[in-house]
Design a protein around this ligand. Structure first.
Ligand code: NAP
Length: 261
């Protein structure tokens, strides 16, 4: 039986992917740490859409978590046709003062788990000559972001990696799409301990998912969600790096000082 595996499915964009794809009759394997949320979501989606939904409660930053997840899906015979690498988090603050362990954990989740899961499931997709991989990146991937230094760097990796693998997969009927949302109404900002961000102008997770699924259907390797985000990302790439980085730093520095008070 074919399944779509979604990491970070217990809230935000991952949950929105699960809801939308359940509507489209995908069978699901949902992954995150919050077991109760996953259990309730699986029950709800199975009842509502007559699909099969399983969950694996797992911390993807743990040693060999990707191997454990892969073996679990193999053991049960779940044929992973779609892989959505969505789990991720950010942090905001002066890099020198941020908690080092948390920064390394971010690299482990946003980058290492994504690469490992892509590698494991891609091998099977390649022999089957079919599959879809969606990697949730960010508009943060298009420029360095002072005070979100590690996060922006992890997402730059995700965008670059996805575009390269997408090209390698073209002869194999496998679509790889990097999805770049801008600010979206989820738990992300609270988790990142970010400066308060006005909800005005933010997208909903459902809008991000709609854009992502359209891009997958069109076989696009990269998509930015939202017109304003798209314009911002184009400007971010054509303006000189030194100018963009300085402008962001100058904008965020006083905001962070204010937040500390
Ligand atoms: N919201 C935005 O403004 C925005 C913008 C651009 C890109 N993004 C990207 O979108 C993706 C989804 O984030 P979101 O905005 O939907 O935020 P969110 O609501 O905080 O969702 C993050 C998801 O990741 C899971 N997760 C976190 N740590 C994990 C771990 N160690 N192991 C397994 N799962 C873990 C969380 O579940 P548990 O806590 O249950 O583990 C949750 O399901 C992230 O990659 C983020 O970087 C978000």
């Amino acid at each position: 039986m074919k399944f779509t595996l979604i990491t970070g499915a217990s809230s935000g964009i991952g949950e929105a992917f699960a809801r939308k794809l359940a509507e489209e009759k995908h069978n699901l394997v949902l992954v995150a740490r919050s077991e109760i949320k996953l259990l309730e979501l699986c029950d709800e989606l199975m009842l509502q859409h007559q699909i099969t939904a399983h969950y694996v409660a797992l911390d993807l930053t743990e040693f060999e978590a990707d191997k454990k997840l892969f073996e679990e899906t193999q053991k049960h015979g779940y044929e992973i046709e779609w892989l959505i690498n969505n789990a991720g988090f950010g942090s905001m603050g002066d890099f020198a003062q941020l908690d080092l362990e948390r920064e390394l954990e971010m690299i482990s989740l946003n980058v290492m788990a994504l690469v490992a899961l892509t590698h494991r499931y891609l091998a099977i997709m390649r022999t089957r000559k079919s599959g879809v991989i969606i990697n949730v990146s960010s508009t943060a991937s298009f420029q360095a972001i002072p005070y979100m230094a590690t996060y922006a760097a992890t997402k730059a990796f995700v965008t670059s990696f996805s575009e390269a693998v997408a090209e390698e997969c073209r002869p194999f009927n496998i679509t790889v799409t990097a999805v770049c949302p801008g600010p979206t109404e989820t738990n992300f900002f609270a988790e990142a301990n970010a400066v308060p961000f006005s909800a005005k102008g933010m997208q909903t997770p459902e809008q991000v998912v709609e854009k992502a699924l359209k891009a997958v259907k069109a076989g696009k390797p990269l998509v930015v969600s939202g017109l304003a985000n798209y314009i911002g990302s184009v400007l971010g790439t054509i303006a000189p790096d030194s100018f963009v980085t300085r402008a962001i730093g100058t904008y965020l520095r006083p905001k962070l000082k204010e937040k500390k008070k």
